[in-house]
Ligand binder design. Structure first.
Ligand code: ADP
Ligand code: ZN
Length: 805
């Protein structure tokens, strides 16, 4: 068959692939997985070929170009994309868009060059020739179209066939920039907002420039700061004069990880050896759960298990939650696999990303390390995918196509006959529940024979507080512990998770929290009208004055932010060197690394911040971990509130006592009796999981059932509420006809996060034990339900939601 037509996925929200004609000269290049440039209305776009056919093509618009000599996307990755499109009810073009580096979707430009004006046929084509002559013999199709006020692709195609013009593509500019350039480098490190206020005072632009450079990893080219970010030369000069930065002439860096130190690997312990053998023994297509406590040496297991594959020339992928937070893991991967490693970091420039991508696709690099989207790395002859900290919420993409990298990895290894390892000290309940059908290798103790640190729950209902701390919950016990750790020259980690809602109702006498009796999530306090309201089923009740458990007055909780904590710490421990790590101090991907380096170099005494500091850090100097408010996440109106709380406490506790001086953990809480607290205090994941799995039986929540969160949003509150009811009715109707009794609709109700970026949000939840039917209903509804085509109301289908906020 000589293909004459092809179906092309475009990175657009429409779900259907488009069909184009294949011009004769391109038949050998246009195949499944190939990139093509095609006309879309009056634009040219890059698309990916899903399929070719040999139907009549006279009526169809032609493919303009096929820029790559070989298909860019492998069959296996296309198959994965097709699965994701079905499973997550997402348009295939948007799935493929997240699979390829952005630059490969870049607007390739179609350029026409005049060869032989005499060969041109008459009519409309002549005008194109004349326009081309006026442009000096060479012009883009787009500019010709603008001049003539109509698309010219058809005419150009005819002219090209007649030999009057040649057509070529100019790919997006990905070449290296100038060899040397002027670089502005930070000379002083201001890890707290307080220091920034003191240093910059009213010089807001200088502070902004400082933060921009910090976000870019502590250095940036002067050209980028001026042209790209719009900082004036005077502002940059101001930074230099303040001694905060200096300017250097420097050669361009292509591999930003070349400088990371590579750690040589250690000799595995007997337990590690068993786990390594279990991974190697996995049959193709299968997965293993590596359940190892914090500090048990999981990284070494991954690397040693993979070594024979990599040495045999096969490819592997190592997924880490947030690459900026895991420089140590990257260093270890490099320590074992050296130059074969490509690090896919979100801080890479578009050019660097394409370089890394092509190096993997060509087999010049065989090990891909990266966050979520690295699961799509085009490594050849894939032997294994490692998902480190598989419970981490960052593996789920928050936007279309809303995939989970762990589940994509499981699917990918099945398609490619590779193996997967899911590692965690606190596995997700989904992974834990799968242990009947998936082998588990356990590492129950730390490598160093150091015990896990003791965890003390500090009961804030009764514990004496330090009065000077005012709104900051600060017990005497924590105060003494921080004071003596600092006096002993040790490092301290303080966690304050700000992601808390002030809106639940809690009794300060006994800690009782009001919950919905049919959904087992906390009720949310509403002011107008004053009610307690369930954000899943919309159950409502009056706000009580007293607690039914103990009779004391009920209280609304107030949240405390990192800002307040910072001021307090600076006042209380004036000599300590503080560093703060949260979304405000780490606006860019590189600033984490600077802060973590400073901690590793012992230039920081107290590192405090949000859950960012709880991830896999390995700092032997840390002897004390304090959790300022252990309850912040516990009463979120979400079914994973307890799971997240347990994970966070267990993970942050795991940062303590990794060195010879041991360590301990203090958790301040109003609910020390809660099973998430007591289990975390005993480092007992299995006890927590058993309890939580039982609780999720009734009402049923994952992993016992599958969920799809259907979010309806818009700028008009009333309209959103009406639309949500309409969508729910439509879904109930559909399910009644197609899947009676197999899929349930819960809601609609206002979403707990009732308004985001000016859009009001309502939601309803599809729930089913039968995942296949759940998928079918979601896939169908995502295209057909009311308001799913363009309009002021947006309807989003989130399959396997991480939260229902
Ligand atoms: P996990 O990821 O399980 O929390 P890590 O992989 O970070 O644990 O390992 C914890 C520490 O133990 C690291 O400093 C690592 O270098 C070290 N380590 C791991 N395996 C060994 C071993 N077999 N011998 C000595 N040290 C080891
Ligand atoms: Zn409810």
């Amino acid at each position: 068959m000589i293909p004459t037509t092809c179906s092309v996925a475009l990175p657009l929200p429409s779900s259907q692939p488009y069909t184009y004609a294949i011009p004769q000269g391109l038949a050998d290049r246009v195949g499944r997985g190939a990139r093509v440039v095609v006309p879309v209305r009056s634009r040219e776009m890059v698309g990916l070929v899903l399929d070719v056919g040999d139907e009549p093509s006279a009526e169809l618009k032609p493919v303009l170009l096929a820029p790559d000599p070989r298909p860019l996307v492998s069959d296996a990755l296309l198959e994965l994309a097709e699965w994701m499109s079905r499973y997550y009810a997402a348009p295939i073009g948007l799935v493929l868009k997240v699979m390829l580096p952005a630059a490969l979707w870049g607007a390739s430009r179609l350029v026409a060059e005049l060869r032989d004006a005499g060969a041109a046929p008459g009519g409309a084509s002549r005008e194109v020739i004349q326009a081309l002559e006026r442009a000096g013999g060479r012009a883009t199709a787009k500019s010709l179209g603008r001049r003539l006020k109509r698309p010219v692709w058809g005419a150009l195609q005819r002219l090209a066939r007649a030999g009057a013009v040649t057509l070529e593509t100019e790919p997006p500019d990905l070449g290296p920039a100038a060899r040397t350039e002027r670089v502005l480098k930070l000379a002083r490190f201001l890890p707290t907002l307080l220091e920034r206020e003191q240093t910059f005072g009213r010089a807001a632009r200088q502070r902004a420039a400082y933060e921009a450079v910090d976000a870019l990893g502590g250095e940036a080219t002067v050209r980028h700061l001026k042209d790209g970010l719009g900082f004036s030369p005077a502002v940059l000069k101001g930074l230099v004069e303040r001694g905060v930065a200096r300017v250097e002439e420097r050669e361009q860096l292509r591999d930003p990880f070349a400088d990371l130190t590579a750690e040589p690997p250690a000799e595995p312990t007997p337990k590690q050896r068993e786990a390594i053998a279990a991974v190697r023994a996995l049959a193709p297509g299968n997965a293993l759960t590596l359940f190892g406590v914090t500090g048990s040496g999981k990284t070494l297991v991954y690397l040693e298990a993979l070594r024979p594959d990599v040495e045999a020339g096969r490819g592997v992928i190592v997924l880490v939650p947030e690459i900026a937070l895991t420089p140590q893991t990257i260093a270890r991967v490099r320590g074992v696999f050296g130059d074969t490693v490509a690090v896919l970091h979100s801080g890479l420039s578009d050019g660097e990303r394409v370089d890394a991508w092509r190096a993997l696709a060509a087999g010049r690099r065989r090990v891909a390390v990266g966050a979520r989207s690295a699961v799509f790395a085009p490594v050849r002859d894939l032997a294994a995918v490692i998902v480190d900290e598989e419970h981490d919420p960052s593996y789920k993409q928050g936007e279309l196509p809303r995939y989970h990298a762990r589940d994509a990895a499981l699917r990918r290894v099945r398609i490619e006959g590779a193996r997967a390892v899911l590692g965690s000290a606190t596995p997700s309940l989904e992974t834990w529940a799968a242990r009947e059908r998936r082998p588990v290798a356990a590492l129950p103790a730390r490598v160093t024979q150091q015990p896990l640190p003791p965890v003390h729950l500090i009961d804030m209902r009764t514990e004496p507080r330090v009065p000077e701390a005012r709104a900051v919950p600060w017990s005497r016990a924590l105060d003494d512990a921080v004071g003596s750790a600092l006096a002993g020259g040790d490092q301290v980690l303080l966690l304050l998770n700000r992601r808390g809602f002030a809106h639940f109702l809690q009794c300060h006498g006994c800690g009782h929290v009001w919950e919905c009796s049919s959904c087992s999530i906390s009720l949310t306090v509403h002011r107008t009208p004053p009610r307690l309201r369930c954000h899943y089923c919309d159950h409502q009740e009056a706000i009580p004055d007293t607690c039914p458990e103990c009779g004391a007055a009920a209280h609304r909780d107030r949240g405390v932010g990192t800002q307040l904590l910072e001021r307090w710490l600076a006042e209380r421990f004036a000599d300590a060197r503080l560093a703060r790590m949260d979304a405000d101090t780490t606006s860019g991907k590189w600033s984490h690394q600077r802060i973590l380096d400073a901690v590793a170099q012992r230039e920081v005494d107290v590192l405090f911040g949000t859950q960012m500091i709880a991830k896999g850090l390995d700092f032997p100097g840390v002897t004390l971990v304090g959790v300022v408010d252990g309850d912040t996440g516990l009463h979120l109106p979400d079914f994973r509130a307890a799971e997240r709380t347990f994970q966070l406490l267990a993970q942050v506790a795991g940062r303590a006592g990794r060195g010879p001086r041991g360590g301990r953990v203090l958790v301040q809480t109003h609910t020390p009796q809660h099973y998430a607290m007591t289990a975390a205090a005993r480092h007992d994941f299995e006890a927590f999981a058993e309890r939580e799995l039982a609780i999720r039986q009734s009402p049923p929540y994952p992993p016992h059932v599958g969920l799809v969160n259907v979010i309806v949003s818009g700028v008009q509150e009333q309209g959103v509420a009406r639309a949500a009811v309409e969508v729910a009715q439509w879904l109930r109707g559909l399910i009644g006809v197609r899947a009676e009794g197999r899929v349930e609709v819960v809601g609609p109700a206002p979403a707990p996060l009732a308004r985001i970026k000016g859009r009001w949000r309502w939601h309803l939840v599809l729930r089913a034990e039968d995942r296949a039917w759940l998928g079918r209903i979601a896939h169908f509804a995502a295209r057909r339900a009311p308001h799913t085509s363009r309009g002021p109301i947006r309807v989003v289908f989130d399959r396997d939601p991480l939260s229902l906020l």
